[in-house]
Design a protein around this ligand. Sequence first.
Ligand SMILES: [Zn+2]
Length: 275
Amino acid sequence: MNIVNIKKPQFILGFIFGVLVATIAAIFIFGRLTYASQVVQTKEVLRAISDEKIFPAKFSSRPPVLWKEITNKKVVALTFDDGPDPRYTPKILAILKKENVKASFFVVGKNVERFPQLARNEQQAGHLIGNHTWNHALLIKKSQRQIKANLKLTAEILKDNHIKMARFFRPPYGALSDKLFRAVASSGYQVVLWTDEMHELRFPSAQADARAVADDVEPGTIILAHDGRGRHFAELSALPYLIKLLKQRGYKFVRLDQMPVNVLTKTPPVLPPNS
Ligand SMILES: [Zn+2]
């Protein structure tokens, strides 16, 4: 009897531990699978867009997606997604001010609701503000009506705070669908993706990331970076170095609405979408 009494609590503890481990493993595996399926879907869409034969059938509305400007002028656009965020947006604004660079911010409406002053600061500093949905939802799973309602919420919270929004829209994860194109086109937005992405975590150092991005920059390149969602934030330290490198190479930083022309290019981003 003594042995049973001693082992019983151990058994219960062991059982609880086992259930915990199994739950954590299940959450992790589900998360990876969901993420993987999003990436695969997005890659398929990008492949479809880059293939002119599939393009008209896949997307009947022939969307004017902007990946990169076609221009001979040495201009480059810096874009920041997922903010505003008090941890990162003020630091990015300070770097841009110090370097006298204008950029474009794709804001998440929910974050504007929480931190309206940060979005006002972006506007007052002369940066452009575009729409990155209300809640960073994966819109390809939504109906046309839901997509329009989602975008409208962000437009309204900006308007309520007297912040001017440019009609530029960047879909979370770069994920596109026919319904999304129809919704966005009828709401009067230009869809903007990106040519190149800052992501220091893939490189040994901030400077290595900045150099890798700078080496890929061509006239009209649109660079994706983030001022929200913590996992991206190694790139903050790469930003001043990237700006200096590109200035040395004769590039001028412009906002998306200051790009010389708006032309659809069918070149998909080199890196998997991560926005
Ligand atoms: Zn995003």
